[in-house]
Design a protein around this ligand. Structure first.
Ligand code: G6P
Length: 367
């Protein structure tokens, strides 16, 4: 066991350290001559142009990558996207349009609800595409087209590297679809690819700061409630940051679209309640900062996750974790690193069995 962990205390922290490689392995084979090459899917340009809507179905963290993907696809490729929790999709007699592409996301490729959603979509005559980590798994076989994430085996129940690989797969699809639909010029494509290629070393940089996050995490091992807030893509990462923390630390945690706080949740903020605010998106930055101020006024302790260059946030936040600059579409690939580390170190600080949280399974093959 110790040997398999390669010198790390837990599989989770080992797998977090594998994220730069995972991102590289999922990305590099699909970049050729400054273009996205996903010929492996066998989708024609006509098929891509004809997509009327994208429906993403998944569970857990895989669902959260779908929430990020919605923002990216809609803005970059101007294709409407619905994101569905697979167990909801399968039991509500869903309506799929003609030419609606159904994308299932799954690390294991064995999640029962996701598999059933794919089967239903196929039966309705829709094109299905699976973003899957395990080669030859049930979902990979069930879907018409497969795009593998190359994260390698993931042991820790709480997913980390597979999540990061799924994000990359979605970025590549969105870029390709945008290009085929005439919405992404050569220069813009080149610059996006350059930013993607920088992600692995930027993740390394963030990992180099882990002791700082550990110190911070140790202050919050006794927290009762934590709230994660953000807008747009920052909201999508808040969902995952919150899940990572709660599933392994057993601290109650919720993610909120920052603008929704005042519709209920803000009444739960008390002195020293931890609010983790993600603010990387320029178009909503000022809005999120004003939500931070609202929480602070009610006594919250504010952890902000933002981009280098936004140092003015220190005026309103109690503690700041900075991520390097990247294209606004890709910030979640960086913001997730401190959030995963935070969840990990809180769990370690509480002395829990990080890799095997109670009541959870790595792969949910029964309902
Ligand atoms: C379980 C795992 C999660 C995962 C979810 C979906 O709950 O603990 O980490 O996100 O299942 O699994 P899948 O294999 O379909 O991605």
């Amino acid at each position: 066991d110790a040997a398999e962990k390669g010198g790390y205390d837990h599989f989770m922290i080992k797998e977090i350290h594998e994220e730069p490689k995972t991102v590289r392995d999922t990305l590099n084979p699909r970049i050729k001559n400054d273009k996205v090459d996903i010929e492996e899917l066998g989708m024609t340009d006509e098929e891509i142009k004809a997509i009327s809507r994208i429906r993403i179905v998944a569970c857990g963290s895989a669902y959260h990558t779908g929430v990020t993907a919605k923002y990216v696809f809609e803005e970059m490729a101007r294709i409407p996207v619905e994101v569905d929790i697979a167990s909801e999709f399968r039991y509500r007699n869903p309506i799929l349009q003609d030419n609606e592409l159904v994308i299932a996301v799954s690390q294991s490729g064995e999640t029962a609800d996701t598999k059933e959603a794919v089967r239903m979509a196929r039966a309705m005559g829709n094109m299905t595409l699976a973003i899957v980590n395990v080669v030859g798994s049930s979902i990979a076989r069930e879907a018409e087209k497969v795009m593998y994430t190359w994260a390698g085996p993931e042991i820790s129940v709480a997913t980390t590297k597979a999540y990061s690989a799924q994000l990359i797969a979605f970025y590549l699809l969105a870029m390709k679809f945008a290009e085929v639909r005439g919405l992404l010029g050569e220069d813009e494509m080149k610059s996006l690819i350059q930013d993607l290629k920088k992600l692995p070393e930027q993740i390394e940089m963030l990992l180099g700061n882990k002791e700082r996050i550990q110190k911070f995490a140790n202050r919050f091992v006794a927290a009762k409630d934590v709230f994660f807030i953000g807008r747009g893509i920052d909201y999508a990462i808040s969902l995952e940051g919150s899940l990572k923390l709660k599933e392994i630390s057993y601290i109650h945690s919720e993610a909120y679209a920052a603008g929704e706080l005042k519709h209920g949740t803000i009444s739960l903020i008390e002195d020293n309640t931890l609010v983790a605010a993600v603010a990387t998106q320029d178009n909503v930055y000022a809005k999120t900062v004003s939500n931070i101020v609202e929480c602070k006024t009610r006594g919250a302790f504010i952890l902000a996750v933002t981009t280098i260059g936004n140092e003015d946030i220190e005026k309103v936040a109690d503690y700041v974790m900075y991520i390097p600059q990247t294209n606004r579409y890709f910030t979640n690939s960086l913001a997730i690193i401190p959030l995963q580390l935070f969840g990990y170190y809180v769990s370690v600080g509480k002395g829990f069995d990080v890799d095997h949280p109670r009541n959870l399974a790595k792969s949910v093959t029964v309902e």
